[in-house]
Structures are given as C-alpha cells and as structure tokens.
Design a binder for this molecule. Sequence first.
Ligand SMILES: Cc1cc2nc3c(=O)[nH]c(=O)nc-3n(C[C@H](O)[C@H](O)[C@H](O)COP(=O)(O)OP(=O)(O)OC[C@H]3O[C@@H](n4cnc5c(N)ncnc54)[C@H](O)[C@@H]3O)c2cc1C
Length: 475
Amino acid sequence: MNGQGTYDAVVVGSGPNGLAAAVELARNGQRVAVLEARSTIGGGVRSAEITLPGFVHDLGSAIHPLGYASPFFRSLPLEEHGLEWIHPHTLLAHPFDGGTAAVLERSIEATAATLGPDAETYRRVMEPISADAGRIADFFVGRPSVLRHPLALASSGLVALRDARSVAESLFETERARGLFAGNAAHSFLPLEQSPSAMFGLLLSTLGHAFGWPFPKGGSQTLADALASYLLSLGGELYTDTLVRSVEDVPRTRTVLFDVTPRQLLDIAGQHFTERHRRGLKRYRYGPGIFKMDFALDGPVPWEAEECRRAGTVHLGGTLDEISAGERAVARGEHPESPFILLAQHSLFDRTRAPEGKHTVWAYCHVPNGSTFDMTERIEAQIERFAPGFRDLILAKSAARPADLERWNPNLVGGDIIGGSMDLRQLFTRPMPRLNPYSTPADGLYICSSSTPPGGGVHGICGYLAAKVALRYLK
Ligand SMILES: Cc1cc2nc3c(=O)[nH]c(=O)nc-3n(C[C@H](O)[C@H](O)[C@H](O)COP(=O)(O)OP(=O)(O)OC[C@H]3O[C@@H](n4cnc5c(N)ncnc54)[C@H](O)[C@@H]3O)c2cc1C
C-alpha cells in the first residue's frame, strides 16, 4: 500500500458513506475508484420493482430527515444530478385504537395543537432545539458556530442521554404525546428503558420541525444515483460486481476506505492490524435485525384515522407501554405478537412510485439479530388493526428476513440496518475506543461506514469525516 499508485484512494462499497467519501476525495483533486460487490450501487439506498411492474419499492432506506439535513449532502449539487426531494404535508402519524392519531407536522405549533394538555411542554422542549438544529448539524462536520439557546440545549443534551420511558413519563401526561415520543425513540433499536433511546425521540422530532422528513422522488435510488453521477463528473470511477475479499484484491492505491462493518473489515484486512485492534473489532456488537415487507396495493391504505391518510410515515404500535413491551421482547430474543412497525407510503405523494390509482407500502419491524421467524402475519395484522380492509387491497407483496437482507447487502449483519448497536457506549466509540475512529493501525487503511461516528442513517457524514482523515494523509 506504500508509494504513489494508480489511485490515490479506493473506496470499497458504494453505500451513502462510501459514495460520500469518494466524492469528498474527488472534489479535493484525488484520483478515486469505488468498488461495489453488488450489480447496483447505493448499498442501503436502492430501489427496484420487486412486486409488480410499475411499483417502485425502496429496498433499504425510505425516509430521509438525516439525508436532507446533512450539511455534507447540502454542500453538493445533487439536484443538478437528478435528485428531487418530496416533502409530505404531515411528516408522521401515530394512530391509536379507536381511530385517533397524534401527528408530527412541520410546524411545532401544529404538532403541539394535537397534544392537548401536553401542548405547552412540547413547545417548550422543541422550540430551542429546533431553532439550533442547523447549527448542531454543522457541528458534526467540524463547523462549530455560536448557538442561539446554549443553556436550553445543554439541558436537552442531558435529557437526550436518558432512556425514552423515563423522559416520556416525566415530560408528558397524555398517552398521545408519550406514544408519539416512544415511536420516534424506537428508531434507536434499543429497549425504551435503555439510554440513550430518548436521543432518537428528540432528534427525529427536531429534524422534522427544522428540515422535514422528505424522500427522493422516484425512489431512494435517485439519491445514490445523484451521488454517483456527481462523482463521475469529478473524474471518479465506479465498478460494480466487484467483491473485495482481501485487501490484496484492491488495485494499486495509496489509501483504501472501507464502507463495511467491523466483522467484514477483519476478514478483508485484519492481517494488517495489531492484535489489540483485531480484539477491539471482534468485540464490536451488532443490534437487533429487521423483518421487512413491501406491498403493492390496489388503492391507498384505508386508515381509520384521517391523519394517517396524509402522512408520509406512520408508526404502528399504539401506546408507550405497548411499544416498549415489543422492543423489550426483541432485546430478549423474542418476537412480539404485536410488533412496533415503521411504515412509509410514498405513492400518496410521488406518482412515479406506482401505476395510476395503485399504491406502495414499505414497512418493517424489529426482530432479534439473525432471526428466521416469519413476521408476515403479525405485520399485516398490525396494519389491519389501524386500517381495516388493508389485506383486501394487497395485489402482491415481498418479505425479507435478516438473512435475505444480508445476502442483498453484506453490511446488514444479522439484519442490523444501522451498522452496529448504538447504545451509550458504542454510539460514541464506534467501531472501538480510539482517538481517530476512522483510522486503523495500518497506514492508509480507513473505515468509513455507519459503524463509525455519527452512526446509522443516510447522511454521508461518516464517509465525509473518514475522507477528511485520508486527505490529511494523502496531502
Ligand atoms: C430496510 C432498511 C431501511 C432503512 N431505513 C432508513 C431510513 O428510512 N432512513 C435512513 O436514514 N436510514 C435508513 N436505513 C439505514 C441506512 O440505509 C444505512 O444506515 C446506510 O445505508 C449506511 O450507509 P453505509 O454507506 O455505511 O453502508 P451501506 O449502505 O450498507 O453500503 C455498504 C455497501 O458496501 C458494499 N460492500 C460490502 N462489503 C463489500 C465488499 N467486501 N466488497 C465490495 N463491496 C462491499 C455493499 O454491497 C453495500 O453496497 C435503512 C436501512 C435498511 C436496510
């Protein structure tokens, strides 16, 4: 790996972090190639017609508050490369039995108005964080700026480090507000009694108020394609169907950035690391997996609660108690009877996703890592509970267990979609405690996937920060 080679940098893997790393290197004048194992690029950001012709499904990520807010993506001319964001009017609906729903709207005021006696608390908590959201996002890419509400933010920071249940119960008195908070907190993949699940509850609402919860027109794939198109315009190169089994497979280059998780990194390049580094990577922990379903429907989902019919995302699981019981069961290695479901209904807002009058639904629930259990029946029953008549509309469906997902993308170890557990310890020290988390003991070898800070989600910041480190070495 020493000396001037054919490339300055080779990136292994074309997920959003791999592409982000490649773009940052290329726009700094480096000669870059991306090697992707699969026949299509994008990693967790891909779309395809997997049910019926004309129905475009997101095979991985679906809703992109992080992608839209990402200061790195915002600095790129992605719209010139085909990306168009669609903003649903109502970001999220969270239905309860009896046909009512709490909602997350763009405005704090409109959201608070649906929370009854918790309206004032919601406003008090959300206003200062949302006003500073852009500045907080800039901090992640190394651009600190003066905050408008430093004291309120410090106190929110302390709240964020707590568990979601105690925060929901101490802040809110109604089931509606607690349920809404619990649904967002469950994105952490942690039991709601575990820290820092509250962080995800606060983060997702904040992003919604400050930026929205948009998605790319035509499918998530258009985000990956826009990144790839921009990379090519900068002179970067992309090779699909190129599985890297060992670092020796990589063409001559001065640096390699791996958009893979620690388990794969050990297989590919472990022989170049110190024993201590290998031990650290072996200790890396993966979180629960998911069971994913895509539906082609004969019409829109017949939600009982009107709010759900105008929301881009719907969280199904009812009360704080019910959601927390489900997530606790998953952590114990069990499969909840009544799983918490994250559901997106793009075709309500994006007519390119399905033929005229028809619709798509994207949904998943959490399951134990590596689970082989078929959750189809339970997912459908949960949707039917809040939308009677849903099953009658199904024209075709596709289901993916953790092993199917891992075959599709080797980074989804045991079905874990966030690149490893984001509990308190591993959130800040991924992939292992180390001053520079993107570097390895081997000169010129870096890790740039979501198994590095700031972690899972489509934002490209892991790739961007890893590229910055590699650039310092290259220059
Ligand atoms: C079903 C699902 C739903 C999700 N929903 C959302 C969502 O709504 N919003 C959101 O923000 N995030 C969501 N995520 C998470 C998000 O997709 C990931 O956090 C993100 O894609 C991680 O990006 P990455 O670049 O680190 O890795 P990945 O996107 O996983 O990309 C890694 C790439 O590396 C390639 N690769 C791996 N090993 C090798 C090798 N040895 N040689 C060559 N290539 C290799 C893989 O094929 C893959 O293309 C979801 C993920 C999934 C799977």
